[in-house]
Every structure is written in structure tokens, then in C-alpha cells.
Design a protein around this ligand. Structure first.
Ligand code: NAP
Length: 486
């Protein structure tokens, strides 16, 4: 059992600027709450615009030498960071459970997943290539090379406090970019400890700067207006992503946008229902439903809907709601009271339109921000849960009759991140993937994220890819050299 007070004492509470943990210029602070107990667990320095600019100054000053640092060296720093994260696995997992609420077993899973980005990009750092071609007219060389984009602003959400940071920091480090990281106000502790871990792994001063605080725009606005910043990589909600895209236009910044989702989970008539229920538990309940990839709409063929709903509700009913640090808890609290209110309003709306609650449907104990894991059936398409990202442990089930109708329902959203398809007919996998307007598709699988795969969406779910071979390209720009002709 991790000693929590000793762990919290290890987490830096300042801003990381040029390799030093420092106080905010204003001296202002903010507190972090444990959503399972509503207790304050830490007090951190709150960055403002001036601090953000100091962080950018440090990133800009470090950019040239960092870009010139051999790729092998950058790779080895990432590899050491990967190993340190493994050594500190229990500490990272406990911090995430404390500040975000997910059960400890899931937090350990995030350490494994988030850590993999460090290992994967350590391996990719030494494989940043270019192309060598010949001019079709003269046969003379045409050279294409990849260079670091330059100083980046990285903005991360609260739901995966470690993985969302490593998924951006690792490829930026690998590509030779310097960074200003702004983590989420609700869950800054993991990012603080991760940044310290990067320093411990040998990352030079100024390469990674961390400025988090109570006003996100006070940090991002001046940075994005500064011509020295060259890229913004954002993971969060679509409305905030849209604002950042507008701001990015001013300096024509490179952008990567990982935004909201509204994932369909399609169960065809020939699906293995037990497999589908197992997949549904992962796709819906991972991270208490607070995931951009979370199944938001269960679209089930009418001939198997009753069996699926009954088995799914039974599995959901076995979850144990509580403090994620306690043994046996399989569903934690939501991140804050506003999230409970939002989920509760979505369920009330569906019920007022005729949906039936098979299990759950109520708030949990008010010792924390709890909402019961819930399954809804007979949900009409007009219900808000069809259109809106639920971001909580609520599974609405809709029915369809034909494959065509399933695809029409699935695509009837402005989002296009994750989708899930359950069928025992392999040919259907390709056919359906053709019709689905989503960046990710799980085939008979409820969990799809992998550091080695390109993650990202289409439509209002964003642009760019994180992870995979593609993830590092987001942090490089192409330069073409046309060699002197005879
Ligand atoms: P959010 O409110 O958009 O916040 C995300 C980050 O943006 C936080 O660091 C936040 O800071 C910051 N932010 C908020 N307003 C800002 C502004 N005006 N200018 C600059 N930064 C600003 O989203 P969230 O509630 O944390 O996260 C949930 C959303 O993220 C969901 O929609 C989910 O689908 C999406 N998400 C997407 C992916 C993906 O890969 N596609 C992954 C995870 C989550 P503060 O914390 O200080 O407000």
C-alpha cells in the first residue's frame, strides 16, 4: 500500500520553467480535490500569462540545441523515462486514482498504456527518415528531410492524466521539439510527477516546461499569439478545440486536435452476444465512461436486443461503486459535481421521453461525485444521449433492423472518433468499415487504443494522429532540397 502523504510530498507543486520548479509570478495557488471524498489533497502554483511567456522563452532558448541533440540521445532519455515510469508504477497509479477517481486497477492499466508511448517513441526517434528521389527530367537528386516543427504548446484533459501527456510529450521529445505543457486544472498532479520523471531521466532544462493553473486561456492566448510558437497539440472537448483552431489561424500554427466522440457500438444479429457484452463492458465502463472512445450509443439488432440488454445489465449490476483506492471497487466517482449533474440530466431526459432504466439510474452516495452504472432500453432517437457525449457510466440501447439502418444511425453524429462492431461474419468487417465515418473501429473488441497504432478522429472529433508511425510526423515538418542541376 502506497503511503499517500509521502507520495503527495514527492509531487512538485510549482511551475516547471527552464528545468526549475518555481513559484507563479502572481503567487496565486489552486487546490486539487479527491472526487471520491471531496477532500483537498494538494495546493499548486497557478500560472498566469507572464509565467506562460517565461515558459515559452525557455522552450525557445532550448530549441536549437535540442534539435541538434543526436536522435540516439533523445531516444535513450525516453527509454530511461519509460523505465522510471515502470519503477514508479504504483505511485503514478495512486496519484491518478486520487485526483481523477478511476479504480486503482484501471489506473495501473493507464500506467502501462501511457508508459508505452515513451517506449514506442524511444524506438521511433532513431527512425526519422527522409526520401531520396531523382528528378524525372534530369535524374539528379531530390532530397526530402524531416525537421522538428519547433516549440509546441501541449494541452491535455483530465480523464487520462498520464497517457494524454506521454502521447504528446514522447513524440515531441523524439522529434526534437521543445514544449510548454498545460495539464488539466482538475488533475495536474500526475503531469507534475511525470515532468519530474522526465527530468530524472535526463531531459535537459527548457525542453519540457509545465505551466498549469486556473485560467487555461490566460496561458494559451499569449502563447498562441507569439510567432515563436510553431504548434499546438490539444486533447479535449470540441468547443475548446474550435476556439483554439481560430486562435491558431493568427500565426498559421500546425495543429493536432483530439476532440470529443460519440461512439456507436453496433451488435449485429449474428454476433456472439457474450463476446459483445464483454466488449461493451470495456467500451463503456473503462474510465467510468469518461473516455473519448467510450461507447455512447449501443445500436443492437432487434432480434438480439433483449438478450444483449439482459446480459449487459446483469454485468453492469455487478460493478462495485466506491473509492477507487478501496479493494474490490470497479467503478469510481465522476471527476466533479458538474459531471454528475450532466449525466443525471441526460438520464432524466431519456426517461422523460420513454426510456426504461434496467439498472442504476440514480446518483450514488454524496460522500463523493458518484453516479450509478446505468443501462437504459427503449431509448428514442430524440433523446439527448443519442446526440451528446455522455462522459459517464450510462449505456443507452437503441435498436435497428438492417445493416443499412445501423450505419445510418451510427453516422448520424457530427463526431467521428471511435466505433465498435460485433459480428461473426468477417466479410462484414470490411463492408461496415467502408460505411463508418470514424477514425477508429474496434472489430469484436471493446478496447482499441495502442501506442503503436494511429489514434485520431474525423469530422468534429479532430485532425491529426497520435501514436503509431504517424504520431511523430505531427512534430516534424518536411523540407525538400532540390540539388543543383547541370
Ligand atoms: P476541456 O474542457 O476541453 O479541457 C481540456 C483542456 O483544455 C484542459 O487542459 C483545459 O484546461 C483546457 N482548456 C479549457 N478551455 C480552454 C481555453 N479556452 N483555451 C485553452 N485551453 C483550454 O475538456 P475536458 O473536459 O478536460 O476533457 C473531456 C473532453 O476531452 C471530452 O470531450 C473528450 O471526448 C475529449 N477527449 C478526447 C480525446 C481524444 O483523443 N480524442 C482523449 C481524451 C479526451 P482546464 O482544465 O484548466 O479547464
Amino acid at each position: 500500500m502506497t503511503d499517500i502523504q509521502a507520495l503527495l510530498a514527492k509531487v512538485p507543486t510549482g511551475l516547471l520553467i527552464d528545468g526549475e520548479w518555481v513559484a507563479a509570478t502572481s503567487g496565486e495557488t489552486y487546490t486539487v480535490e479527491n472526487p471520491a471524498t471531496r477532500e483537498t489533497i494538494a495546493e499548486l502554483q497557478s500560472a498566469g500569462s507572464e509565467d506562460a511567456m517565461r515558459a515559452l522563452d525557455a522552450a525557445c532558448a532550448a530549441q536549437k540545441s535540442w534539435a541538434a541533440t543526436p536522435a540516439r540521445e533523445r531516444s535513450e532519455i525516453l527509454r530511461r523515462a519509460f523505465e522510471l515510469v515502470q519503477e514508479r508504477k504504483e505511485e503514478f497509479a495512486t496519484l491518478m486514482t486520487l485526483e481523477m477517481g478511476k479504480p486503482l486497477a484501471e489506473a495501473r492499466g493507464e500506467v502501462a498504456y501511457g508508459g508505452e508511448f515513451l517506449r514506442w517513441f524511444a524506438e521511433e526517434a532513431v527512425r526519422i527518415g527522409g526520401r531520396f528521389g531523382t528528378s524525372p527530367e534530369t535524374g539528379f537528386p531530390m532530397i526530402t528531410r524531416r525537421k522538428p516543427v519547433g516549440p509546441c504548446l501541449l494541452i491535455t484533459p483530465w480523464n487520462f492524466p498520464l497517457a494524454m501527456a506521454t502521447r504528446k510529450v514522447a513524440p515531441a521529445v523524439a522529434a526534437g521539439c521543445t514544449m510548454v505543457l498545460k495539464s488539466a486544472r482538475l488533475t495536474p498532479l500526475t503531469a507534475q510527477y511525470f515532468a519530474q520523471t522526465m527530468l530524472d531521466a535526463g531531459l535537459p532544462a527548457g525542453v519540457l516546461n509545465v505551466v498549469s493553473g486556473t485560467s487555461a486561456s490566460a496561458i494559451s492566448n499569449p502563447l498562441m499569439a507569439d510567432p515563436r510558437l510553431r504548434k499546438v497539440s490539444f486533447t479535449g472537448s470540441t468547443p475548446v478545440g474550435q476556439k483554439l483552431l481560430e486562435a491558431a489561424a493568427g500565426q498559421v500554427l500546425r495543429t493536432s486536435m483530439e476532440l470529443g466522440g460519440n461512439a456507436p457500438f453496433i451488435v449485429f444479429e449474428d454476433a456472439d452476444i457474450d463476446k459483445a457484452v464483454k466488449g461493451a463492458m470495456g467500451a463503456k465502463m473503462r474510465n467510468i465512461g469518461e473516455a473519448c472512445t467510450a461507447a455512447n450509443r449501443f445500436l443492437v439488432h432487434s432480434s438480439v436486443a433483449a438478450e444483449f440488454a439482459e446480459k449487459f445489465a446483469a454485468a453492469i449490476g455487478e460493478l462495485k461503486l466506491g473509492n477507487g483506492l478501496d479493494d474490490g471497487v470497479t467503478c469510481g466517482p465522476l471527476v466533479e459535481e458538474a459531471a454528475v449533474e450532466n449525466v443525471s440530466a441526460l438520464v432524466d431526459d431519456a426517461v422523460s421521453r420513454g426510456a426504461r432504466v434496467l439498472v442504476g439510474g440514480r446518483r450514488g452516495p454524496d460522500t463523493g461525485h458518484f453516479y450509478e452504472p446505468t443501462v437504459l432500453v427503449d431509448v428514442p432517437r430524440e433523446a439527448r444521449v443519442f446526440k451528446e457525449e455522455i462522459f459517464g457510466p450510462v449505456a443507452p440501447i437503441f435498436t435497428f433492423e438492417t445493416e443499412e439502418e445501423a450505419l445510418e444511425l451510427a453516422n448520424d453524429t457530427e463526431f467521428g472518433l471511435a466505433s465498435y462492431v460485433f459480428t461473426e461474419e468477417p466479410a462484414r468487417m470490411y463492408r461496415v468499415s467502408d460505411g463508418l465515418e470514424f477514425g477508429l473501429m474496434g472489430f469484436n473488441s471493446g478496447v482499441i487504443s495502442n501506442a503503436a497504432a494511429p489514434f485520431g478522429g474525423v469530422k468534429h472529433s479532430g485532425m491529426g494522429r497520435e501514436g503509431g508511425f504517424e504520431g511523430i510526423e505531427e512534430y516534424t515538418s518536411l523540407q525538400y532540397i532540390g540539388v543543383e542541376q547541370p
